[in-house]
Each structure stands twice: as structure tokens, then as C-alpha cells.
Design a protein around this ligand. Structure first.
Ligand SMILES: [Cu+2]
Length: 433
């Protein structure tokens, strides 16, 4: 969903002569550069959460994130898994780090600030996957700074599903758990504090061909209508699908620097990656939005029914589901992310209409000529590569008491015929009454 005229122009500044400051890494961090062209943030969500008693905002309109390591979650067999994690510093309950990190909900068009600090060395970044900030705020390791402390600034322009993750030595820090989901909502999502914390909500879509979803507004994006090309939904589910290798988590990943590439004379230019072991990933634990998938590798596992995301981890919104439990004749939005090291596929027990990929709504200007929403029949697998987000809309008058499945691949040797294999199938309860 393009924002034709935001009314805010972010000026650019040359960094000629400052390349060393912006492009190199410090390990441990020696500098914490200021944000170029820092604007006043306008993100209403932190204050909304504080008004609900969910947090204690330290900097107005600003998210405070700490990137940490050495906290522990529990695998399918009860054994601990050491992870890296994002901690929301405005929230007592989650400041020490959660897996996955706190879900950020942000209205389109606001000036968003995330004050980010590494709790421990080495330095980290945050990459806002699918968002298009200025290069210094993009958080890609080696091509932007890897910092001790930094205020990321961006202005999201497309309503949809994103995620944020550390991009320093991504195969290590992302796999170890330094990520969270990011949802861009319509500009007025938090305008009314009486309704901002619940449902229905709206997301971007182009659904003229699917009249089964009531309330769709086509409209004119240039008119400033905050609901142009959006549809309301009554239920929302989030599936963050992840695999872990316990050997990585409990042996090799404990020392955050141990497998970092050797740095020779020119950081980012002649780094030596050869001495890492990141080619050998053997998943033996799987999670759906932080909920462990039961049973041993290779054995079907079903997560519990009625799993709900707490509002304190979800921008103050109460009732977002993991396992689906909805009413007939209502619109359900499922946001699913492949946060795995491997690829995966998702199969729904009902017909779904795919309305968006990777934070871009299909068929919505300026992409209307190149894409459209489409129906996927029940029982048809949808393949995901790593980092892909797909938004699925569901509405049925028929009762459903079934499961969605997430099949996790081990893709070592994927190019060798017959080598690719499904190593775990997770079931997510999917109930429509
Ligand atoms: Cu990191």
C-alpha cells in the first residue's frame, strides 16, 4: 500500500569520508553513532500500552529494545535450549528477553524509533525485513554499522507483515533467536483508544474478486482515506515457525564471537568465513510462535489448543491467537512467517485467500498490474523459503475441527534429487464453531 504523499520529507546527508564509522564493525563496540536527521517520533503504540498498564514508557513514542544472550527456553524433551533474545525495556515482564521478541505493531506513516542496545558484546544490528529505511537505518551487517547502541528511525509505508532481526553474523544471531514479528497497520489503528486494543482490525488487501469478505474498501489511496484498499478481520493468528539445532544452542552458539569470521585488514572486505561450522545444521527442536512442538524429531507433534499471544507482547492488542479458535461467518487473518533455518510448507484445512506476500498486499496499487489475491484450496501445501511471510484470509459458514500443518524441511543437499526431506510435521489446532 503506497503512501503517495506522506507530508514528511526525510532529508539525506552524505556520509562521504565517514565510511569507516558507518560500514565497519567494532568488537567490542567502541562507538555508538547518532542517528542522521533525527526526527521527533510519532508512534502512538508505546503510550497506548502504558495507558493499559502494560508498560512503563521511558522515552515517548519510542520502543526500547535490548539484544541479549544466554537466556534459556525448554525443548520438546524438557532439556534447556540457550538462546539470544530481544528484550522490550518498557515491559517488566519481557525486558529480560522473550522468544520470539516482542511483536511490534506500528501504524503506517508514523515516525518510528527503536532505541537499541546490546546488553552484552559483541555488537548487533536490527534489520527491518521488508521495510525500506535509509541505508544507515537498514541494519544490514557489513553494509551498515554494527553498533553498541543506536536509534533506528524509519517510516513504514506499506501495511502488512514484517519481522525484525539481528543481521550481524545472521546465520548465528538470527538462528539463536534475535528476532520478532512486525505488523504495519492502517494509519488510524490506534486513533481510538477504546478500540485500539482489540478486534476487528484492518489490513491491506485487494478483494473485489472475493466478495465473501465483507467490508473491503477499494477507494483511492491518494485521497488520504486510511482504509483505502483494506479489509476488516475479526480474528488474527500468528505463526512464527522455527527450527533449532540443540548442538548449536547449547554448545557452539554459547560464545557469541566464537564462530565469527576472522577479520583481516579491512573489515567487511577481507573477512574470512571459512573457519565457521555454519554449514552443518541438524534441527532437533521446532516451535510455533514460541510454543514448543511436542515429540521427538520425525514424530508428528501437535501444539495445544487455545494458545493466545499476551497483549503485552502484541502492541496492547488482546486476543491474537496461535492455535485458531473462531466463529463461523467471521473473517480470520493468519500471518505466517518462516523463521526457520530451513524452508517449510504450510497446509490449511480450509480454503484460504492469499492477500499478501512479504509485506506487500497483492493487487493493491502500485502493484495492481503485477499481482492479485488468489485462492488456495484446502489441503494444498504452500511452500515458504526462509524469512517469507504470507497473509491468508479465511471465512467459512461451515464448522471446522481440524489442524493446519507446518512441515519443516531439512534442506541440506536440496539440489541432490531425493536428499531433501521433511524432518518434522507440526499440527496447529484449527477450530471454527
Ligand atoms: Cu546480533
Amino acid at each position: 500500500m503506497a503512501l503517495p504523499n506522506s507530508g514528511i520529507i526525510i532529508p539525506r546527508r552524505s556520509i562521504a569520508g565517514m565510511e569507516g564509522m558507518w560500514a565497519k564493525m567494532w568488537d567490542p563496540p567502541k562507538e555508538s553513532p547518532g542517528t542522521p536527521e533525527l526526527l521527533t517520533p510519532t508512534n502512538p503504540v508505546p503510550a497506548f500500552m502504558e495507558s493499559l498498564g502494560l508498560g512503563d514508557v521511558k522515552v515517548p513514542n519510542t520502543v526500547q529494545l535490548a539484544l541479549t544472550e544466554g537466556i534459556t527456553i525448554t525443548g520438546w524433551n524438557g532439556a534447556p535450549l540457550v538462546i539470544m533474545a530481544v528484550g522490550d525495556q518498557d515491559m517488566d515482564a519481557s525486558k529480560g528477553g522473550t522468544y520470539p521478541g516482542t511483536i511490534l505493531r506500528v501504524p503506517r506513516g508514523v515516525i518510528f524509533h527503536a532505541e537499541t542496545q546490546g546488553k552484552t558484546s559483541p555488537p548487533h544490528t536490527i534489520h527491518w525485513h521488508g521495510i525500506e529505511p535509509t541505508p544507515m537505518n537498514d541494519g544490514v551487517g557489513h553494509t551498515s554499522m554494527e553498533i553498541g547502541k543506536y536509534t533506528y528511525q524509519l517510516q513504514p509505508n506499506f501495511i502488512g507483515s514484517y519481522f525484525y532481526h539481528c543481521h550481524r553474523n545472521t546465520v548465528q544471531h538470527f538462528e539463536m533467536g534475535l528476532f520478532g514479528f512486525l505488523i504495519i497497520e492502517p494509519p488510524d489503528a490506534y486513533a481510538n483508544p477504546l478500540t485500539a486494543g482489540g478486534y476487528p482490525r484492518r489490513t491491506a488487501a485487494s478483494l473485489a474478486a472475493f466478495p465473501q469478505f465483507p467490508g473491503f474498501v477499494a477507494g483511492d489511496l491518494a485521497s488520504g482515506d486510511p482504509h483505502a484498499y483494506t479489509v476488516p478481520y475479526d480474528y488474527e493468528a500468528l505463526w512464527v515457525c522455527d527450527d533449532m539445532d540443540s548442538y548449536w544452542h547449547n554448545q557452539i552458539g554459547l560464545e557469541a564471537r566464537a564462530w565469527y569470521p576472522a577479520i583481516l585488514n579491512r573489515p567487511g572486505v577481507d573477512d574470512q568465513f571459512w573457519h565457521g561450522h555454519f554449514h552443518d545444521f541438524n534441527p532437533d527442536n521446532w516451535f510455533i510462535t514460541g510454543v514448543v512442538v511436542p515429540n521427538a524429531p520425525g514424530v508428528l507433534g501437535t501444539i495445544p489448543p487455545n494458545v493466545v499471544v499476551p497483549p503485552g507482547l502484541n502492541g496492547g492488542v488482546t486476543g491474537m491467537q496461535v492455535s485458531v479458535n473462531a466463529q463461523r461467518g467471521k473473517t480470520i487473518l493468519v500471518r505466517a512467517l518462516c523463521a526457520s533455518y530451513n524452508s517449510m510448507r504450510v497446509t490449511f484445512p480450509v480454503d484460504v485467500v492469499i492477500i499478501a506476500w512479504d509485506g506487500r498486499a497483492l493487487g493493491v496499487p502500485p502493484l495492481a498490474r503485477y499481482s492479485h489475491a488468489y485462492r488456495v484450496p484446502a489441503g494444498t501445501p504452500i511452500r515458504y523459503s526462509v524469512a517469507r511471510r504470507i497473509d491468508a484470509l479465511i471465512r467459512t459458514d461451515t464448522a471446522v475441527n481440524a489442524f493446519a500443518t507446518v512441515e519443516f524441511f531439512d534442506t541440506r543437499g536440496e539440489n541432490v534429487p531425493g536428499r531433501e526431506r521433511i524432518v518434522k510435521t507440526a499440527r496447529i489446532p484449527f477450530v471454527i464453531n
